[in-house]
Design a protein around this ligand. Structure first.
Ligand SMILES: Cc1ncc(C[n+]2csc(CCOP(=O)(O)OP(=O)(O)O)c2C)c(N)n1
Length: 633
């Protein structure tokens, strides 16, 4: 039998299908997702959950005129398949291929890009108000998961919607999961609605109605759907108080019910919220059984869901080390903003359940909550990805640093994230933290030093942050006991007199390689592990400025405002060469542009984060060396 999915080149094709064909299409899409993502990796569970919902949206609304936004947009793969990108699905998250999130530059159907949670309602409201001002007629639909409602921005938008527009549809896609189980009062509230037996009764009635009339003439269907939809009105004090008429909860896998409900909601002249219930991972048992794992993952076996065993990661070392430290230090508390899995805190939780806090997708709250605990003598450790801590910049400044509170930020995924792309690259944290007074900023060269830095941070009287990358550790031997490091002191791994190479964090590997390459060219290079971005080891910089013809800095961060910039600033202030000039610094880091998704090594090569690029820049400086090699240190 010919496949239906292959016949869908745009949403217009979808509109020609009857419910039976749509049901078949849903099956085919699921199969395609399971097979394709088994090779590319990606957000399988969330997408399997929204197959019918996305089909229904595109069956009723007319993108690109109508606007459909997905919060985070990790669940927009089906949307991509239905909007002309099916033939490129096997390139998703691959170099040069489709992005794993919505991208305005990828398709006219992607009206809003995202990757961070909580933005859909605000952006949709902006679009609805822009439509109203311009006298337009398009529909604006924001689809947001239940966990997106643990995020403050969603509530800031809710607070505003009814006052600003008369026409906007919010779809609450409730599967009771964030990446982990969804948490907090909002999650409990949704759960209460869903488990109410009255709902079950209404739901069955509505389903019967829609199914009975699904095949009849359009008018009849609309009228009956209206009845069904109205009969499903189940008072939700929360959303009604915000001025959105609430509908639901309805079965998010019942295609006719969804389609008819959207047709009905489209006719309303006030903001509405439709609560749909979906099952994450639907249609693939391993994903239903392993919700967390299948939220987002690398390649897997499409039959069994099995993945290859992972390598030890920085996240795991961080979490195990913290759990060990917490055993002897009762002041330590661990805080995550909905990322217990990604940050490794899953490992901390069973060992210290009372000192583990998942606050939901709420980075600002996480940081201020930590500040509050710190005022009471606790040592909060906020494990937040570099990219998500961007959300909490003001709390870091205003609540933690200004009050000199001893909160430790452990910034996982600092550096290029690879497949996830620009929304997830952790390339800005040095730039946004370095200018804040009081904070101590560190980057370990390996997992052993990560433990040292954690121990060091926990001795400090004020705020600190440690940045470490995604993925595998260096694989070095671990000391039995972590040691406290001297604040602001770099580590000289090997001395040299022509060039001083500073390799921040795991970029030390490139520094070592460059030293070897320079040695082949007849130059002697010092290899330095800076350890501290702030305070910088100025004394060391001054020492090498008197001997070396150039510095080279390597960092997995944007050059602008990064570690190399800090070195340049410090040297410029010192003006140490014999002419009162600063010593030249070759800065190797990411350029001033957003970096696309792809493989880390390939992107490093493309953008010049390589030993070769460093060599090409530093050799001319050495060849025109202006000064004699001076005294040894
Ligand atoms: C600001 C921010 N913090 C954390 C994340 C990581 N994250 C990605 S998806 C997700 C859970 C989303 O759950 P939900 O909105 O319910 O959608 P579902 O995956 O269940 O469909 C989280 C925490 C993020 N994208 N943005």
């Amino acid at each position: 039998m010919a496949s239906i999915v292959q016949s869908i080149h745009s949403p217009a094709d979808l509109k020609l299908l009857n419910y039976e064909q749509m049901g078949k299409l849903a099956e085919e899409i699921r199969e395609c997702l399971i097979q394709t993502l088994s090779k590319t990796g990606g957000h399988l569970g969330p997408n399997l959950g929204v197959v019918e919902l996305t089909i229904a949206l595109h069956a009723v609304f007319e993108t690109p005129q109508d606007k459909i936004l997905f919060d985070v947009s990790h669940q927009a793969y089906v949307h991509k398949m239905l909007t002309g990108r099916l033939d490129r699905m096997d390139t998703i998250r691959q170099p040069g291929g489709l992005n794993g999130f919505m991208l305005r530059t990828e398709s006219e159907h992607d009206c809003y890009g995202a990757g961070h949670a909580g933005t859909a309602l605000s952006a949709a409201l902006g679009m609805a108000v822009a439509r109203d001002l311009a006298g337009g007629h398009e529909h604006v639909v924001a689809v947001a998961g239940d966990a997106a409602f643990t995020n403050g921005i969603s509530f800031e938008a809710l607070n505003n919607i009814a006052e600003q527009t008369k026409r906007m549809i919010v779809v609450l896609n409730d599967n009771e999961w964030s990446i982990d189980r969804n948490v907090g009062a909002v999650a409990r509230y949704f759960h209460r609605i869903v488990t109410n037996e009255h709902y079950q009764h209404l739901h069955d009635r509505a389903t019967r109605l829609i199914e009975r009339f699904g095949g009849k003439t359009a008018m009849k269907v609309v009228r009956r759907a209206e009845e069904a939809a109205k009969s499903m009105l189940w008072p939700s004090i929360l959303f009604e108080e915000f001025g959105l008429e609430y509908f639901g909860p309805l079965d998010g896998h019942n295609l006719p019910l969804l389609v008819e409900s959207f047709k009905f909601l489209k006719t309303l002249d006030h903001p509405v919220l439709l609560h749909v219930l979906t099952q994450k991972g639907r249609g693939f048992q391993p994903a239903i059984d392993g919700q967390k794992k299948f939220h987002g993952l690398g390649p897997y076996d499409p039959e069994t869901g099995k993945t290859v065993a992972g390598v030890p990661t920085y996240s795991e070392v961080f979490a195990n080390t913290l759990a060990d430290m917490a055993t002897t230090d009762p002041r330590i508390v661990a805080i995550t903003a909905a990322m217990p899995n990604g940050t490794g805190l899953d490992l901390f939780r069973p060992r210290h359940p009372r000192r583990y806090f998942d606050v939901g997708i709420a980075e600002e709250h996480a940081v201020i909550f930590a500040a509050g605990m710190a005022t009471r003598g606790y040592r909060p450790v906020c494990a937040i990805y570099s990219t998500f801590l961007q959300r909490a910049f003001d709390p870091v400044v205003h609540d933690v640093c200004l009050q000199k509170l001893p909160v430790l930020f452990c910034m996982d995924r600092a550096g290029l994230s690879g497949d996830d792309g620009p929304t997830h690259h952790g390339l800005f944290d040095i730039a946004y933290l370095r200018g804040i007074p009081e904070i101590v900023l560190m980057a370990p060269k390996d997992e052993d030093e990560l433990a040292d830095m954690m121990k060091t941070a926990l001795t400090l009287a004020g705020p600190s942050a440690i940045r470490y990358p995604r993925g595998a550790v260096a694989g070095v031997a671990r000391k039995a006991e972590a040691q406290v490091l001297s604040i602001g002191k770099a580590e000289v791994l090997s001395d040299g007199s022509d060039v001083a190479i500073l390799g921040l964090g795991p970029m030390i590997a490139l520094a070592k390689e460059l030293a070897v390459a320079l040695d082949h060219e007849g130059y002697s290079a010092a290899v330095i592990n800076p350890r501290f971005i702030k305070p910088l080891d100025r004394e060391l910089l001054a020492r090498y400025a008197l001997r070396a013809a150039a510095f080279v800095t390597f960092e997995d961060h944007v050059k602008m405002g990064g570690f190399g910039s800090a070195v340049v600033e410090a040297l410029e202030e010192m003006k140490l060469d014999e002419m009162g000039r600063a010593v030249p610094v070759v800065r190797i880091g990411w350029p001033d542009r957003f970096i696309e998704h792809g493989k880390v090594d390939a992107l490093r090569a493309k953008y010049g984060l390589t030993v070769e690029a460093a060599l090409a820049q530093v050799l001319p400086l050495l060849k025109s060396r202006r000064r004699p090699a001076l005294v040894a240190s």
